[in-house]
Design a protein around this ligand. Structure first.
Ligand code: HEC
Length: 191
Protein backbone atom coordinates (compact mmCIF):
# COMPACT_ATOMS: atom_id res chain seq x y z
CA UNK A 1 0.00 0.00 0.00
CA UNK A 2 2.63 2.48 1.08
CA UNK A 3 4.66 1.63 -1.95
CA UNK A 4 1.74 2.49 -4.19
CA UNK A 5 1.27 5.83 -2.47
CA UNK A 6 4.89 6.72 -3.06
CA UNK A 7 4.74 5.66 -6.66
CA UNK A 8 1.72 7.90 -7.22
CA UNK A 9 3.61 10.85 -5.89
CA UNK A 10 6.63 10.12 -8.02
CA UNK A 11 4.55 9.70 -11.14
CA UNK A 12 2.82 13.00 -10.49
CA UNK A 13 6.24 14.57 -10.94
CA UNK A 14 6.55 12.84 -14.27
CA UNK A 15 3.09 13.78 -15.45
CA UNK A 16 3.30 17.39 -14.43
CA UNK A 17 2.11 19.69 -17.23
CA UNK A 18 4.35 21.72 -19.51
CA UNK A 19 5.56 24.92 -17.90
CA UNK A 20 5.73 28.42 -19.21
CA UNK A 21 9.16 29.19 -17.85
CA UNK A 22 12.24 27.57 -16.43
CA UNK A 23 11.63 29.45 -13.20
CA UNK A 24 8.19 27.92 -12.84
CA UNK A 25 9.51 24.46 -13.63
CA UNK A 26 12.11 24.87 -10.93
CA UNK A 27 9.51 25.98 -8.38
CA UNK A 28 7.13 23.18 -9.28
CA UNK A 29 9.87 20.58 -9.18
CA UNK A 30 10.98 21.90 -5.83
CA UNK A 31 7.54 21.53 -4.32
CA UNK A 32 7.03 18.08 -5.71
CA UNK A 33 10.45 16.97 -4.53
CA UNK A 34 9.69 18.14 -1.02
CA UNK A 35 6.50 16.11 -1.08
CA UNK A 36 8.08 12.97 -2.49
CA UNK A 37 10.90 13.10 0.03
CA UNK A 38 8.55 13.71 2.92
CA UNK A 39 6.66 10.57 1.92
CA UNK A 40 9.86 8.61 1.50
CA UNK A 41 11.09 9.75 4.91
CA UNK A 42 7.80 8.90 6.57
CA UNK A 43 7.71 5.49 4.97
CA UNK A 44 11.25 4.67 6.06
CA UNK A 45 10.69 5.95 9.57
CA UNK A 46 7.49 3.93 9.85
CA UNK A 47 9.23 0.74 8.76
CA UNK A 48 12.09 1.44 11.14
CA UNK A 49 9.87 2.16 14.13
CA UNK A 50 7.82 -0.97 13.55
CA UNK A 51 10.93 -3.14 13.32
CA UNK A 52 12.45 -1.57 16.43
CA UNK A 53 9.28 -2.21 18.36
CA UNK A 54 9.21 -5.79 17.22
CA UNK A 55 12.77 -6.79 17.91
CA UNK A 56 14.90 -3.82 18.93
CA UNK A 57 17.71 -2.26 16.92
CA UNK A 58 19.39 -5.56 16.07
CA UNK A 59 16.24 -6.62 14.25
CA UNK A 60 15.75 -3.20 12.69
CA UNK A 61 19.16 -3.30 10.99
CA UNK A 62 17.45 -5.51 8.46
CA UNK A 63 15.04 -2.73 7.51
CA UNK A 64 17.82 -0.25 6.82
CA UNK A 65 19.88 -2.93 5.11
CA UNK A 66 17.26 -4.43 2.85
CA UNK A 67 14.24 -2.21 2.66
CA UNK A 68 15.61 1.31 2.48
CA UNK A 69 16.47 1.17 -1.18
CA UNK A 70 13.84 -1.40 -2.14
CA UNK A 71 11.29 1.29 -1.52
CA UNK A 72 12.62 3.35 -4.40
CA UNK A 73 14.26 0.90 -6.77
CA UNK A 74 11.03 0.18 -8.64
CA UNK A 75 10.50 3.83 -9.33
CA UNK A 76 13.89 4.77 -10.56
CA UNK A 77 13.94 3.70 -14.19
CA UNK A 78 10.24 3.94 -14.85
CA UNK A 79 9.79 7.64 -14.26
CA UNK A 80 13.27 9.10 -14.63
CA UNK A 81 13.11 10.07 -10.97
CA UNK A 82 15.64 8.58 -8.58
CA UNK A 83 15.75 8.82 -4.84
CA UNK A 84 18.78 7.90 -2.79
CA UNK A 85 20.44 8.57 0.53
CA UNK A 86 23.98 9.71 1.00
CA UNK A 87 26.38 11.08 3.59
CA UNK A 88 29.95 12.25 4.15
CA UNK A 89 30.34 9.28 6.52
CA UNK A 90 29.07 6.21 4.75
CA UNK A 91 27.91 2.90 6.11
CA UNK A 92 27.11 1.21 2.78
CA UNK A 93 29.54 2.16 0.01
CA UNK A 94 26.63 1.98 -2.46
CA UNK A 95 25.41 5.21 -0.85
CA UNK A 96 28.71 7.06 -1.39
CA UNK A 97 28.23 10.69 -2.41
CA UNK A 98 28.90 11.85 -5.97
CA UNK A 99 31.15 14.90 -6.31
CA UNK A 100 28.28 17.41 -6.47
CA UNK A 101 26.52 15.71 -3.54
CA UNK A 102 29.69 15.91 -1.50
CA UNK A 103 29.96 19.64 -2.19
CA UNK A 104 26.37 20.22 -1.05
CA UNK A 105 26.86 18.08 2.06
CA UNK A 106 29.94 20.10 2.93
CA UNK A 107 27.92 23.31 2.56
CA UNK A 108 25.20 21.86 4.83
CA UNK A 109 27.87 20.92 7.37
CA UNK A 110 29.29 24.43 7.28
CA UNK A 111 25.83 25.94 7.81
CA UNK A 112 25.32 23.54 10.73
CA UNK A 113 28.63 24.68 12.23
CA UNK A 114 27.38 28.26 11.94
CA UNK A 115 24.39 27.40 14.11
CA UNK A 116 21.69 26.54 11.56
CA UNK A 117 19.53 23.47 12.20
CA UNK A 118 19.88 20.80 9.49
CA UNK A 119 16.15 20.17 9.64
CA UNK A 120 15.30 22.86 7.11
CA UNK A 121 18.35 22.70 4.89
CA UNK A 122 17.75 21.94 1.24
CA UNK A 123 19.40 22.50 -2.10
CA UNK A 124 18.16 22.44 -5.69
CA UNK A 125 19.47 23.18 -9.15
CA UNK A 126 18.93 22.27 -12.77
CA UNK A 127 22.05 21.26 -14.64
CA UNK A 128 23.00 19.80 -17.96
CA UNK A 129 24.55 16.33 -17.84
CA UNK A 130 25.69 14.82 -21.14
CA UNK A 131 23.50 17.25 -23.05
CA UNK A 132 20.43 16.41 -20.97
CA UNK A 133 18.75 18.61 -18.42
CA UNK A 134 18.60 17.22 -14.94
CA UNK A 135 16.86 18.57 -11.87
CA UNK A 136 18.62 17.79 -8.59
CA UNK A 137 17.37 18.21 -5.06
CA UNK A 138 18.89 17.42 -1.68
CA UNK A 139 17.30 17.56 1.75
CA UNK A 140 19.45 17.34 4.88
CA UNK A 141 18.82 14.54 7.38
CA UNK A 142 19.47 15.18 11.07
CA UNK A 143 20.22 12.61 13.74
CA UNK A 144 17.22 12.02 16.01
CA UNK A 145 17.04 9.94 19.17
CA UNK A 146 16.18 6.57 17.50
CA UNK A 147 19.08 6.94 15.07
CA UNK A 148 21.57 6.84 17.94
CA UNK A 149 21.00 3.10 18.42
CA UNK A 150 22.85 2.44 15.19
CA UNK A 151 24.70 5.66 14.39
CA UNK A 152 25.50 7.05 17.86
CA UNK A 153 28.64 7.20 19.98
CA UNK A 154 27.65 4.24 22.14
CA UNK A 155 26.23 1.41 20.09
CA UNK A 156 25.53 -1.72 22.15
CA UNK A 157 27.83 -4.69 21.32
CA UNK A 158 25.02 -6.81 19.88
CA UNK A 159 24.22 -4.11 17.35
CA UNK A 160 27.80 -3.12 16.56
CA UNK A 161 28.75 -6.78 16.03
CA UNK A 162 26.00 -7.17 13.47
CA UNK A 163 26.85 -3.85 11.80
CA UNK A 164 30.53 -4.82 11.61
CA UNK A 165 29.65 -8.08 9.98
CA UNK A 166 27.44 -6.44 7.36
CA UNK A 167 29.58 -3.32 6.86
CA UNK A 168 33.25 -3.93 7.66
CA UNK A 169 34.13 -0.38 6.52
CA UNK A 170 31.28 1.34 8.39
CA UNK A 171 32.05 5.03 9.01
CA UNK A 172 28.54 6.00 10.08
CA UNK A 173 28.81 5.95 13.88
CA UNK A 174 29.86 8.51 16.48
CA UNK A 175 27.00 10.90 15.76
CA UNK A 176 25.34 13.08 18.40
CA UNK A 177 21.71 14.20 18.58
CA UNK A 178 21.06 16.97 16.04
CA UNK A 179 24.14 16.21 13.93
CA UNK A 180 23.88 16.30 10.17
CA UNK A 181 23.70 12.65 9.16
CA UNK A 182 23.49 13.13 5.42
CA UNK A 183 20.82 13.86 2.84
CA UNK A 184 18.07 12.39 0.73
CA UNK A 185 18.74 13.04 -2.94
CA UNK A 186 16.17 13.30 -5.72
CA UNK A 187 17.16 13.49 -9.36
CA UNK A 188 14.91 13.84 -12.35
CA UNK A 189 15.77 13.77 -16.03
CA UNK A 190 13.93 16.64 -17.70
CA UNK A 191 14.33 15.70 -21.35
C1 HEC B 1 18.53 -0.34 13.44
C2 HEC B 1 19.71 0.34 13.04
C3 HEC B 1 19.56 1.70 12.40
C4 HEC B 1 18.85 2.77 12.86
C5 HEC B 1 18.01 2.86 14.11
C6 HEC B 1 19.07 3.83 11.91
N1 HEC B 1 19.90 3.41 10.90
FE1 HEC B 1 20.58 4.52 9.33
N2 HEC B 1 21.51 2.91 8.58
C7 HEC B 1 21.50 1.66 9.14
C8 HEC B 1 22.05 0.72 8.20
C9 HEC B 1 22.20 -0.77 8.41
C10 HEC B 1 22.41 1.46 7.04
C11 HEC B 1 22.99 0.95 5.74
C12 HEC B 1 21.84 0.82 4.76
C13 HEC B 1 22.22 0.22 3.45
O1 HEC B 1 22.86 -0.84 3.44
O2 HEC B 1 21.86 0.83 2.42
C14 HEC B 1 22.03 2.83 7.33
C15 HEC B 1 22.21 3.86 6.42
C16 HEC B 1 21.79 5.14 6.62
C17 HEC B 1 21.96 6.21 5.66
C18 HEC B 1 22.56 6.10 4.25
C19 HEC B 1 24.00 6.49 4.17
C20 HEC B 1 24.98 5.42 4.60
O3 HEC B 1 25.73 5.67 5.55
O4 HEC B 1 25.01 4.31 3.99
C21 HEC B 1 21.42 7.32 6.22
C22 HEC B 1 21.37 8.72 5.62
C23 HEC B 1 20.90 6.92 7.52
N3 HEC B 1 21.15 5.59 7.73
C24 HEC B 1 20.26 7.78 8.38
C25 HEC B 1 19.59 7.35 9.52
C26 HEC B 1 18.77 8.23 10.34
C27 HEC B 1 18.55 9.71 10.10
C28 HEC B 1 18.25 7.47 11.34
C29 HEC B 1 17.26 7.87 12.41
C30 HEC B 1 15.98 8.36 11.95
C31 HEC B 1 18.77 6.12 11.16
N4 HEC B 1 19.58 6.10 10.05
C32 HEC B 1 18.51 5.07 12.01
C33 HEC B 1 21.05 1.32 10.40
C34 HEC B 1 20.22 2.12 11.17
Amino acid sequence: MKKIALSLILSSILLAPAYSSAEETQQQMLQESRQAIQQFGKHLKGELQAAMKQGGPTNAIQVCNEKAMDITSDESNKSGVTLSRTSLKIRNSKNAAEAWEKTVLQQFEERKNNGESPKKMEFSETVEVDGKKQFRYMKAIAIGQPCLHCHGEKVVPEVSDKLNRLYPDDAATGYKLGDLRGAIVLKKELN
